[in-house]
Design a protein around this ligand. Sequence first.
Ligand code: FES
Length: 153
Amino acid sequence: APSSRVSLTVNGTRRTVTVDNRTSLLDLLREHLGLTGSKKGCNAGACGACTVLVDGHRVNSCLTLAVRLEGAEVTTVEGLAEGDRLHPLQQAFIDEDAFQCGYCTPGQIVSGVGCIQEGHTNSPEEIREWMSGNICRCGCYVKIVRAVEQTAG
Ligand code: FES
């Protein structure tokens, strides 16, 4: 199958990889770069476990073609902490006990960071609506929303 070279910045580091043209950003991250924080839930855009930021905007990385990302800036859950210091939303998830099995958590946290940056945090209902693409099978929504709300201030 045809392949292409793509250069993009992932969590602040410039990366150049050669991938099959059909490779998703999720597979690029997980298989080529060893960044397994972003999860493959449905691989079809329906669960949000694979959420990352591309140029500051939330995307389902399973639906995004890697070869379309020449020059893009990608942030994954691995890029949120600064050294040993967790991102405030990561800390809030711990403080609020906002997960059970944890599988959706990386996507929830990246999506929550996007939600805060976009300013969609004026009420629990608004947060819930703007994070509706992130499914939690364990049903931790109340605590997830509380963690985002608390971090947004
Ligand atoms: Fe991408 Fe479910 S794995 S939305």
